[in-house]
Design a protein around this ligand. Structure first.
Ligand SMILES: [Zn+2]
Length: 91
């Protein structure tokens, strides 16, 4: 299985650590993005410090990314592999 690097916090208030994870597959209705840039904002600080209730760890901060679509999930029609995209806050 191909791997990617990620930076995670192992627990609330923990130190950042670089880890390898399996590259996920795009599920139905989803696209997979090869991330080229990722912002880290105040809500990531709150997350890494454990100030939001109910967060599971380890956690990879960063939810605002820019990159290129490299895989389409089943049923995706409005996007194509190679499209440049940006993603903002979502839950
Ligand atoms: Zn943000």
């Amino acid at each position: 299985m191909p791997k990617m690097k990620a930076v995670q916090v192992p627990r609330a208030g923990g130190e950042f650590e670089v880890v390898e994870r399996e590259i996920p597959e795009a599920g139905p209705g989803q696209v997979r993005i090869r991330v080229q840039a990722c912002g880290v904002c105040h809500s990531d600080v709150v997350t890494t410090e454990g100030l939001f209730p109910g967060i599971s760890y380890p956690r990879v901060p960063g939810h605002e990314v820019a990159g290129t679509i490299d895989q389409l999930g089943a049923g995706v029609k409005d996007w194509s592999e190679g499209d440049r995209v940006g993603v903002g806050w979502h839950t």
